[in-house]
Design a protein around this ligand. Structure first.
Ligand SMILES: Cc1ncc(COP(=O)(O)O)c(C=O)c1O
Length: 283
């Protein structure tokens, strides 16, 4: 398998990580996961824009322009074979003697490689369960930072309790999932936390917002409480890898009648249809 390291493609077995890479030691860096369907990237520009924004927010400057990086990623796809899954792209601040502060002139380290994954079709059809947990993360969740410690703790708690996702609650309000955005539906209005510093504004979330408008579905970017979540008619999550997945149980209680709701199913269909329109043949 080929890996993009800065601006060259190398075999995975040849890639070495320096013990003083700040990404490795401090999680000092940012990342993206870009969906690839049948060898073709989906929403690559949106992901790259978010990647460059995240890097800028923590003051890391890429040596490649966005166009150049796009070209390098295309070389990575061409080096295939690559079918379904994602491309993981990571940028660390670089290698420097271990101390918290850093000097000017460190060379950022970029890597990108394919991570195969299957579309969660069973979960999309049948729905999944979720747990809730306090959102104890930092206040810059809009940056796609390598620091995922708290997200991991809650995802693992969900996993070991047999749930698919952990829904995070800050000051009584639902923010997002550990690796997804959360939507609830009440009286046919779709709600999601506003795109602020408290959530990652998902690329899937943005695509869905456009589909809601196209389909005339009422969408409010408005925070809702844990109680409202538990009283919702329907709940679903969205992400690059999960696309749209109905949540049918939260903290052991059924959402609505405990089956995927009609509007959620329509949202999923609209999303899959939009992929087809972008010529994703396998969907
Ligand atoms: C914390 C968090 N929120 C939301 C999302 C969904 O974002 P996207 O739709 O761009 O994958 C992710 C995806 O990994 C995430 O990690």
């Amino acid at each position: 398998m080929k890996v993009l390291v800065n601006d060259v493609l190398v075999e995975r077995s040849e890639v070495k990580v320096d013990i003083e890479d700040r990404g490795y030691q401090f999680g000092d860096g940012v990342y993206e996961v870009i969906r690839v369907y049948d060898g073709t990237p989906f929403a690559m520009e949106e992901h790259l824009e978010r990647f460059y924004r995240s890097a800028k927010e923590i003051e890391i400057e890429l040596s490649l322009t966005m166009e150049e990086l796009k070209g390098k990623l295309e070389e990575l796809f061409a080096a295939g074979p690559f079918h379904d899954g994602g491309i993981y792209v990571q940028l660390s601040r670089g290698v420097a003697p271990r101390k918290h502060q850093y000097e000017e002139g460190i060379k950022p380290q970029l890597i990108a490689y394919p991570v195969p994954s299957k579309r969660p079709e069973k979960e999309q059809q049948e729905g999944v369960s979720a747990i809730t947990a306090d959102d104890l993360r930092w206040l810059r969740c809009d940056i796609k930072s390598l620091n995922l410690l708290y997200n991991i703790m809650i995802k693992q708690r969900a996993y070991t309790s047999g749930a698919f996702e952990g829904i995070l609650i800050r000051d009584g309000y639902v923010t997002e999932g550990t690796s997804s955005n959360i939507f609830m539906i009440k009286d046919r209005t779709i709600y999601s936390h506003p795109a602020s510093n408290l959530i990652l504004n998902g690329i899937t979330r943005m695509k869905l917002a456009a589909l809601f408008a196209e389909n005339g579905w009422t969408f409010k970017e408005q925070a809702f409480t844990k109680e409202e979540l538990l009283q919702a008619d329907e709940v679903f999550m969205s992400s690059t890898t999960a696309e749209v997945v109905p949540i049918i149980r939260i903290d052991q209680q059924p959402v609505g009648d405990g089956t995927p709701g009609e509007l959620t199913k329509a949202v999923l269909q609209a999303f899959l249809q939009s992929l087809k329109e972008e010529r994703v043949p396998s969907v």
